[in-house]
Structures are given as C-alpha cells and as structure tokens.
Design a protein around this ligand. Structure first.
Ligand SMILES: *Cc1c(COP(=O)(O)O)cnc(C)c1O
Length: 389
C-alpha cells in the first residue's frame, strides 16, 4: 500500500512505540501515587511535557495535556467562554469541525460568532479581523494550516492585531505542528492546539498550549490533575509516546520539511503536466509542505478514491470528518468552488515514510484511473478531455 493520507493520521514511529511499551507493561503506576511506581510515572509525564513544549518554544508549565486535537479546541472555546469576559468569538469559515461545532453550541448559549471569509486560495485577510474586532470579543481562533487544502494563514498578523487589543488569540495548529517551524513566543500566540497522531505519535492524546498569563475555566472536574484544568488519571503511555514524537519531529524538522516538500512538488508537477484538465487548489506558495489538493474536472472524487484504493493507494477527498456527515466540503464552499469543482477534488498528503517511487507510481495510476472515470463522465462532452491541442 502507498499511504497518502497523512493529514488524516500518520504511521506511529518505531521509536515512539518502543518508548511507550514500558508504561503499558511494568510501569503501570498512577502518577499521583507517592510510591516509586507513581513517582516514575510522574517523571515520565514531566519529561514528555518538556519535549512537547520544546517543539513550539513554550515553557513546560504552559502545556496542558488533553485527549487530542478535538479536546484541545473544545477546552479553549469552553474554557474562555466560561470566564465571562465578553460574548463574541471570531473564527473563520474554513476551521475544522472541532472548532465549528463547539462554536455552534456557544451560539445556542447566547454567544455571537463571526466567521471570517477566505479568498479563492483559502487565505483569510487580516484586515477583516480588524473590522470585526470589538471590545466584547473574548477569543479569536484562526487555524494555522488548513487540513483540506493546506493553506497556511498569516498567523503572526492575526496575533499582532489581537495582542494590541489584549484579546486572547488561539490557533488550531494541528496540521502544522511538526510540519513547519512554530515558535509561540515569536508569533505572539496565546493558545495553540496540537494532536499527537498527526505527527507520528499515538491517537487519543494531544495538548493545548496556554500562555502563562492566560486563564481558562476547567472543563473536566475531579482529582485536580493537569493544574486542575483537566482531571482524570493521566494516559501515561500515550503521553510518553506523544513526547517522543515531538522530540523526533523537532530533531528532524528542517530535513523532513525539505524531504516531504520535494516529494510533494514532484507529485504536483507531474500531475499537472501529465493529466489534462486538473487544477491545484489552495495557495500555491503559502501551504503545508505535505499537502497536494487537486480538482479533476468531470470525475467524482469518491470514485477516484475507491479506484485508487484498488491500485493500493490510500487517498482522501478532504477531511475524514466530513465523510461521516456526508456534506460537501465547507472549506471548498467558502473558497467559492462550484459544485463540479468540489465533486472532482482529491487530497494527497505525504509524509516522511513516503518515497520517490511511490510518487511515480501514484501519478501513473492516477493517469489511468482519471482517464477511465472520465470516459464514463456525464460532463464528457462539456470538456474535451485529453484533446489538448
Ligand atoms: C485532526 C484535526 C483535528 C482533530 O484532532 P484529533 O486529535 O483527531 O481529535 C482538529 N483540527 C484539525 C485541523 C485537524 O487536522
């Protein structure tokens, strides 16, 4: 199999798995216990917290460990809205459902949510934020890199605007952490969400960076773990694996970026050259190094994925989450794509475990599959596919 769905989840790194094993076997103590088992588990968590913090240049005391990206996003939205510092939230039309759904819930509770627009490349204009920002805004949440089309926003601009007005700024950086260099201090970020399984760590674990002068209400009450913000006995093995994954990502960041970006660029170049009537979506420059998102006009993206799977290639139409809800991508709708363009879209997301041969094989399979699917297409007459002069 050729795995090109690294935006949905990633292969666990061998060293990550090995680092977790002792905590699934002999090191089973409760980190809150006073005896040696407890102390060892506690130490392991604090080591992981340092590894997570180092990847984004945070202080370990600013890292709240959660059950993953979804919980981190929910925690900041619910934790800030509970503080009664204003009833307006500003976010964007292209956020992940883990932002959009809690926002919907907050609207039911009386909050006002403004959604910033995007251009055809998926870029949000920071000047729209300036126009929307009011005194009663309690949080601005703008994603770092989009999970479908890969567009990267001007995060430091948004943060600067918020910092000047002392309004908390959050970014869902789940697709970006470990893929692009991120320094929360230099960028002026107050809250940032991370997910372990998007960076070769285990699933069901993540973190919320909370700048030391920021305050939120706890979402889960109980024994007072995680600074009293998130009670519950810690998932020690997953935390250790997550920490290890962050350490590996940090140590190899620059090499990995250039390796993956090079593969992605070859893939894009070949697809655009060798297959007619195809476009690359998202911003051509300001994008995640591992993301390629195309529209093949006259093809149904879901048929394409089923066919690719038969050829041993794992791909996606966009976000794995939208598949459950069976609706057209809200991201592509916000980018003003036509129904046809949305239908024909395909996301290929690469990772460090992919290689050049896989890219070549993917392009040649795509060529055959797209041509075959187009020969059955109802739009066949409309676009003279393959008849490029
Ligand atoms: C994957 C993802 C999430 C959800 O993270 P989980 O750890 O799977 O809950 C949220 N936002 C973005 C942008 C993502 O890509």
């Amino acid at each position: 199999m050729i795995y090109l769905d690294n935006a949905a989840s990633t292969q666990i790194h061998e060293d990550v798995l090995n680092s977790m094993m002792p905590y699934l076997k002999e090191q089973y103590g409760n980190p809150s216990s006073i005896h040696r088992y407890g102390r060892l588990a506690h130490k392991a968590i604090e080591k992981a917290r340092k590894q997570i913090a180092a990847l984004i240049n945070a202080d370990p005391s600013e890292i709240l460990i959660t059950s993953g990206g979804t919980e981190s996003n929910n925690t900041v939205l619910k934790g800030i809205s509970g503080k009664n510092i204003g009833n307006k939230i500003i976010t964007s039309l292209i956020e992940h459902d883990a932002i959009l759904e809690p926002c919907k819930k907050l609207v039911e509770e009386g909050f006002i949510v403004d959604y910033l627009h995007v251009d055809h490349f998926g870029i949000i204009d920071p000047s729209e934020l300036i126009d929307c920002l009011t005194e009663d805004t309690c949080l601005v949440s703008i994603m770092f890199g989009n999970n479908e089309v890969g567009t990267i926003q001007q995060i430091s601009e948004f943060a600067k605007i918020c910092n000047a007005k002392k309004i908390p700024f959050h970014t869902d950086a789940i697709q970006a952490v470990g893929k692009v260099p991120i320094d929360v201090k230099a960028l002026g970020i107050d809250f940032l969400s991370i997910s372990s399984h998007k960076l070769h760590g285990p699933k069901g674990i993540g973190a919320l960076y909370i700048k030391n002068d920021m305050n939120i209400d706890p979402v889960i009450l109980g024994g007072g773990q995680e600074y009293g913000l998130r009670s519950g006995t810690e998932n020690v093995a997953n935390i250790v694996g997550f920490g290890k994954a962050c350490e590996i990502a940090r140590n190899n960041l620059i090499e990995n970026i250039s390796y993956v970006k090079n593969l992605r660029d070859i893939l894009v170049e070949k697809v655009l050259h060798e297959i007619p009537e195809v476009t690359l979506n998202g911003d051509p420059k300001s994008r995640l190094p591992n993301n390629a998102h195309f529209t093949f006009l006259g093809v149904n993206g879901e048929d394409l994925i089923i066919k690719l799977d038969e050829y041993g290639i794992a791909a996606s139409t966009g976000s794995a989450c939208s598949v459950n809800t069976q609706r057209a991508s809200h991201v592509l709708q916000a980018m003003k794509f036509s129904h046809e363009q949305i239908t024909g879209s395909l996301r290929l997301t690469l990772g460090v475990f992919n290689n050049h041969d896989e890219v070549e094989q993917t392009v040649s399979s795509l060529k055959i599959i797209v041509e075959e699917l187009r020969s059955f297409s109802p739009f066949k007459e409309k676009y003279s596919f393959g008849l490029k002069a």
